[in-house]
Design a protein around this ligand. Structure first.
Ligand code: MG
Length: 407
């Protein structure tokens, strides 16, 4: 571990950006956006836990001051490849430094590991461009506290929430009556319960409209992703669960909508292209000059909407229930789901067991180690969240083993 100059200086022109999780789907698309508007943004930090060759290539192109790798075994390879003036840091401490030293921190880290990045960016009073929904869901009680830091600002990258963020600009907070989150319905929207019992990993990784990482693609197939997004919307926009609805919209053109008290519904439309919400979060309150996902109206045929099927996709209501329970229940939901999805991808449990494992785990939620109770939520610490995550994982792994033994 080396020490580093901190914070990263931001007076060299262009808004400074840390891209954390830079070799993943969000990270690489963030760099495409930055590449599209030369001089507007300046990359000051990159991080990755795998794909070191790509990380080195990114560092050569964007010349960040810092790159952060996951393990000390990766340092030598990366240090030999990156420019000589680029510092190479390791692990959580390096990540936290990189997350506190830029104007905008793009959190594209996958899964619960993104929590530390979220807290470091908000705690340093920076803008967080949040693609890592797990951190605001699992870490809700502590992220709420971190958002109170002067200067801290959270702009969602998740396409639905970015859409809501845009639609909300059409009215005042007291004029909002409902958020309508759209869902593609995933690859199994039209599958029968019998077909769902036979889903393979390859089936689940075929998303009809979006190209994303494996975890979120499986989450879309179970609708648990949409359930997590309901909780994310509640946290981001402070709207009660009864006023957040999900609408299935297979074309993924309407990215979400806001209904106002006078009955007007405002929607945001574009082709499904994550570079639009990424660019929005980087440039807000201005807009990018370069278009991503602009619709070709001569080709658009129709937009369909239908209610979600809550019996074939029970993950949606599991998420609503965890959200309404609040406190650390969303942390349990998220951890159980991560364990179940990993077990499915590893071939240990069938697709249909993902929701079973999540439900069985949530049934064991006891309000956290102290039993929760009034006032517990406001005093939560990162350790409480970590402990909840670990407890839920233990319980979920027990259920995975039970299921694996059955099949
Ligand atoms: Mg989304």
């Amino acid at each position: 571990m080396t020490t580093r100059r901190s914070p990263v200086p931001t007076d060299q022109g262009g808004r400074s950006v840390s891209v954390l999780g830079s070799t993943g789907s969000i990270g690489t698309q963030t760099l495409e956006v930055i590449r599209s508007e030369p001089g507007r943004f300046r990359v000051v930090a990159l991080s990755a836990r795998s794909s070191m060759e790509l990380l080195v290539a990114q560092a050569r192109e964007f010349r960040p001051e810092v790159v952060v790798v996951g393990h000390s075994s990766q340092v030598a390879e990366v240090r030999n490849g990156v420019p000589a003036d680029c510092e190479v840091l390791v692990g959580a401490e390096g990540l936290e430094g990189a997350a506190s030293g830029a104007d905008v921190v793009v959190n594209g880290v996958v899964g619960f590991a993104g929590l530390k990045v979220t807290l470091a960016a908000l705690g340093a009073g920076k803008r967080l461009a949040l693609a890592n929904k797990e951190s605001i869901i699992a870490g809700a009680p502590v992220v709420r506290q971190a958002r109170l830091t002067p200067g801290a600002e959270l702009v969602p990258v998740d396409s639905e929430h970015c859409a809501v963020h845009q639609c909300l600009r059409a009215g005042g907070p007291r004029e909002v009556s409902r958020l309508l989150l759209t869902a593609s319905g995933g690859p199994f929207r039209t599958w029968s319960a019998e077909q769902l019992a036979e889903v393979t990993v390859a089936d689940a990784l075929q998303h009809p409209t979006w190209s994303m990482g494996a975890k979120i693609t499986v989450d879309s197939s179970t609708l648990i992703n949409k359930g997590l997004e309901v909780i994310e919307a509640h946290e981001l926009f402070d709207v009660p669960y009864d006023a957040i609805d999900v609408v299935v919209h297979p074309q993924s053109i309407v990215h979400s909508m806001v209904e106002f008290t006078d009955g007007a519904v405002v929607a945001q439309l574009s082709e499904p292209d994550m570079r639009l919400p990424i660019g929005y979060a980087l440039s807000f309150p201005e807009r990018l000059a370069h278009p991503f996902g602009a619709i070709d109206w001569s080709g658009l045929q129709r937009l369909d909407f239908e209610p979600p099927d809550r019996s074939r996709f029970p993950g949606l209501d599991l998420a609503y229930a965890a959200g309404r329970t609040g406190d650390l229940a969303p942390a349990w939901l998220n951890a159980a789901n991560e364990v179940a999805v990993a077990a499915f991808l590893a071939g240990k449990i069938p697709w249909s067991a993902i929701a079973d494992v999540v439900k069985a785990t949530l049934d064991a939620y006891d309000g956290g180690h102290d039993g929760g109770g009034s006032g517990a939520e406001a005093g939560r610490t990162v350790d409480d969240v970590l402990e909840a995550d670990a407890s839920a994982r233990r319980v979920a792994e027990g259920h995975v083993d039970d299921r694996a033994r059955q099949s």
